[in-house]
Design a protein around this ligand. Structure first.
Ligand SMILES: NC(=O)c1ccc[n+]([C@@H]2O[C@H](COP(=O)([O-])OP(=O)(O)OC[C@H]3O[C@@H](n4cnc5c(N)ncnc54)[C@H](O)[C@@H]3O)[C@@H](O)[C@H]2O)c1
Length: 436
């Protein structure tokens, strides 16, 4: 039985580690974050991810999954190492590879015998070569194969996505490496999950091309929504009819306050940076990034307009802080742009999110947090829905109205009924549906 070590136990590393253990392997998830590993050893899950709790505890209990902050010794004993550390945005848009480089150096120094080294983190094209060189520079006799195995899971549905992926992308330079990877994913091979067996560089490219395309689609529908507002069309009907065209597909055609999260913003920036470095400009992606920045600020303008041209001295209730429902992740969420803008303009912000408030508080201590939406909207001059949590979809709008100082709402996720808002006398706006 091969020993597998996952380095980096975040959203991707933890789900991948538990998922690979579920496939029948022995996995250790390693991380330098002592608190995170301690939590996991106590049986606590450091992130909110539906179904992860049970997947982790089942595999810990059957002895296939363990946690460690002894990264070096986990490398020494491993036959297969997955790199799943963060690759945040660097100063000029490029991916910051410092954690990946540190891990590559540690692997080069401590690996022991033939080892398969596989990157799951999203890394720019050419990073595989860089990792191979770092390992060889630390250990000229290193006996290893390198694999690029980008991850496509979505936060909020990560467990399902990992165990039942649309496809697995495996970029290798040798048949031996490809065969080891087939064994790692054996249950998925048996299920006939499509496997894209390709080169390292192509695998790296597939990940960026996919994420950037989805981001592009969101920016596109956001621009269509803005145009719908100007010409009196309904973006939902437009998106629905567009999606019925098999060439387009209905997914990622939901207008809103702009894309956020831990992937699309930084991955579009990184792909654009790679384009610039290689004199192959990614103009569509650069445009999607710009559109996305504008879309977030446009939400602020909409609220200011709803509140009579000025938010100074007004109380605004923000409903939803996570970048999407079913996650506690607030990285690059629309809330991270919109709330500071409102605070700058002199608004008092009351915030509520069912899951993401603790994470948000670490970045913004200058606003007030409430236990539920009912408390957050009390006495507010306006409310803004930023995340389409089900509990906001099901809000009793007359109750909402009775709690607010004035019935003003900006529904950036288009989840409320315009008919109902109108009949209750709300002043409201949304994205791309004829409004006020
Ligand atoms: N979050 C997603 O939905 C998602 C989906 C697909 C791909 N990805 C990619 O996967 C990668 C990881 O993303 P994430 O969201 O899981 O990040 P994360 O920030 O949640 O987790 C990264 C982990 O790596 C650890 N780490 C950093 N340096 C380390 C080191 N030297 N040794 C050991 N551990 C170290 C951190 O402590 C942290 O726990 C990124 O490249 C991301 O783009 C993320």
């Amino acid at each position: 039985m091969k020993k597998i070590t996952i380095i980096g136990t975040g959203y991707v590393g933890l789900v991948s580690g538990a998922g690979i253990a579920e496939f029948g392997h022995h996995v250790t998830c390693a991380d330098i974050d002592l608190e995170k590993i301690d939590q996991l050893k106590r049986g606590e899950i450091p992130i909110y991810e539906p179904g992860l709790d049970a997947l982790v505890s089942d595999n810990v209990n059957n002895g296939r999954l363990s946690f460690s902050n002894e990264v070096k010794s986990c490398i020494e004993v491993a036959d297969i190492i997955f790199i799943a550390v963060g690759t945040p945005q660097g100063h000029n848009g490029e991916a910051d590879l410092s954690a990946v480089k540190t891990v590559a150096e540690t692997i080069g120094t401590h690996m022991n015998g033939y080892t398969l080294i596989c990157t799951k983190s999203t890394v720019p094209i050419g990073t595989g070569k860089m990792i191979e060189l770092i390992i060889k520079s630390k250990n000229p006799n290193a006996n290893f194969d390198y694999v690029s195995n980008p991850e496509f899971l979505r936060e909020g549905a990560a467990v399902k996505d990992f165990l039942h992926p649309d496809r697995i992308v495996v970029g290798t330079r040798s048949e031996k490496a490809a065969s080891i990877m087939r064994n790692v994913y054996r249950p998925l091979y048996i299920n006939e999950t499509p496997i894209v067996a390709t080169t390292v560089e192509t695998a790296e490219m597939i990940k960026y091309a996919s994420n950037a395309f989805l981001a592009l689609k969101i920016s596109y529908i956001n621009e269509i929504a803005n145009l719908c507002e100007a010409v009196g069309a309904n973006v939902h009907e437009v998106a629905k009819a567009m999606g019925q065209d098999g060439r387009i597909s209905p997914k990622f055609l939901h207008p809103g306050p702009g894309f956020g999260g831990s992937c699309f913003p930084k991955d579009t920036e990184a792909l654009a940076a790679t384009g610039r470095e290689n004199s192959a400009p990614m103009r569509t992606i650069e445009a999607a990034i710009q559109t996305n920045t504008n879309q977030k600020l446009k939400m602020v303008d909409k609220l200011v307009a709803l509140l009579g041209g000025d938010v100074k001295g007004k109380t605004v209730a923000i409903l939803g802080l996570a970048f999407k429902p079913q996650t506690d992740d607030v990285r690059d969420a629309a809330s991270r742009v919109i709330i500071p803008e409102l605070v700058d303009k002199g608004a008092t912000v009351h915030a509520y999110d069912p899951i993401a408030m603790d994470n948000f508080k670490r970045h913004h201590s200058d606003i007030s947090y409430f236990e539920n939406w009912q408390a957050a909207v009390l006495g507010a001059d306006g409310a803004v829905i930023l995340t389409e949590w089900n509990e906001f979809r099901g809000m009793d709008l007359s109750d909402l109205k009775s709690r607010m100082a004035s019935p003003v709402i900006l529904d950036t996720k288009n989840i409320l009924s315009i008919q109902q808002l109108k009949s209750l006398g709300f002043t409201f706006d949304n994205v791309g549906r004829t409004a006020i």
